[in-house]
Design a protein around this ligand. Structure first.
Ligand code: FES
Length: 107
């Protein structure tokens, strides 16, 4: 079991539990925290699962693949250095304590 720290665009903080192998999108959606939509169901074609990972933790994640990198150009709010698509981040044990912020809107 992993613990992920999620801050909403309004500044509310939540601790979300997740399992290894789960995507960041599935973990946040299952927790009931609002802010991610995931309209395409996780197939990297909608960019409505945009989140910003704490920059100091970016090295914990693999670089976005080419489809994710391309879709990040279509996020609804400003793309930040820590911007990722939550459906493309598969959680592993070393992601314990990951911190992310959700954007104001997804479309
Ligand atoms: S859920 Fe559509 S790109 Fe992530």
């Amino acid at each position: 079991m992993l613990l992920i720290h999620v801050t909403t665009a309004q500044g509310a903080t939540h601790e979300v539990t997740a399992n290894e192998g789960q995507t960041l999108l599935d973990a946040v959606m299952a927790s009931g925290v609002d802010g991610l939509l995931g309209e395409c169901g996780g197939c990297c074609s909608c960019a409505t699962c945009h989140c910003m990972v704490d920059e100091s933790q970016l090295a914990l994640l693999p670089e976005p693949d080419s489809s994710e990198a391309q879709m990040l150009d279509f996020v609804a709010t400003q793309r930040m250095p820590g911007s990722r698509l939550a459906c493309q981040v598969k959680l592993q044990t070393h992601h314990q304590g990951l911190r992310l912020t959700l954007p104001e809107r997804q479309f």
